[in-house]
Design a protein around this ligand. Structure first.
Ligand code: HEC
Ligand code: HEC
Length: 162
């Protein structure tokens, strides 16, 4: 192989390499380039937008229609869609600030299949009414019982009665 030939094949290799790099980086379109009204998910690969939506819907335990008018997902008519954008921004701020940019916190972390996440430990909220119903009124049962004991067994009472 002559020096000239070697030079040409090197140029060819570099050209092919550059071409394939360019082809690769241009290939996956983003959601921002493909869909009509994308603000938060601009950088998401277009092919992942619908699966992100499915993830959101099941995280909140809702249907697409909770946020979208049927057949017009680009419209912003529904309040939950706007809230969802705020939630997306909050979620990326949490992940940026507290998890080195890793997607540790997602819609599911808080929502767990409900559109309104519980902000109280379920055991506390469910126990509270049950306890107050179950506990007998003090004056009716507990207090007389204690009084009975004191009356019937005064010797056990160390301090003198007032
Ligand atoms: C909790 C609200 C919510 C639910 C549920 C939801 N979406 Fe979305 N969807 C959004 C938001 C917010 C955007 C805009 C995202 C942005 O601004 O980057 C969006 C955007 C879209 C878009 C892009 C529309 C366009 O052209 O701009 C499509 C398509 C879409 N959603 C489909 C779906 C499908 C299909 C489902 C059900 C599997 C679904 N969505 C469930 C909130 C939701
Ligand atoms: C750090 C916890 C947290 C995360 C993460 C989170 N949410 Fe929320 N979200 C909440 C809380 C709390 C509420 C309820 C606020 C209220 O009751 O007023 C809520 C309410 C909502 C609502 C309003 C529901 C309604 O009935 O109008 C939507 C829509 C929503 N979130 C979407 C999302 C989406 C989409 C994501 C993921 C991108 C997300 N949330 C991530 C905590 C979170």
């Amino acid at each position: 192989m002559g020096i000239r030939m070697r030079f040409f094949s090197a140029v060819l290799a570099v050209t092919l390499l550059a071409g394939s790099v360019r082809a690769q980086s241009a290939e996956p379109k983003t959601a921002g380039q493909t869909y009509k009204n994308i603000i938060q998910l601009k950088g998401t690969p277009a092919g992942q937008l619908v699966s992100s939506m499915q993830f959101i819907a099941s995280s909140l335990g809702v249907e697409c229609a909770f946020c979208h008018l049927q057949g017009k997902p680009e419209l912003d008519d529904k309040a939950p869609k706007k809230t969802a954008r705020e939630m997306m921004a909050m979620q990326s701020a949490i992940n940026e600030n507290s998890f080195a940019g890793n997607r540790q916190v997602t819609c599911y972390s808080c929502h767990h299949g409900s559109s309104h996440p519980a902000n109280m430990l379920p055991v506390l909220t469910s126990d509270a009414p049950a306890q107050s119903e179950a506990r007998p009124p003090l004056a009716a049962s507990v207090a007389p019982a204690a009084a009975d004991i004191l009356e019937n067994m005064p010797v056990l009472w160390a301090e003198p009665a007032p």
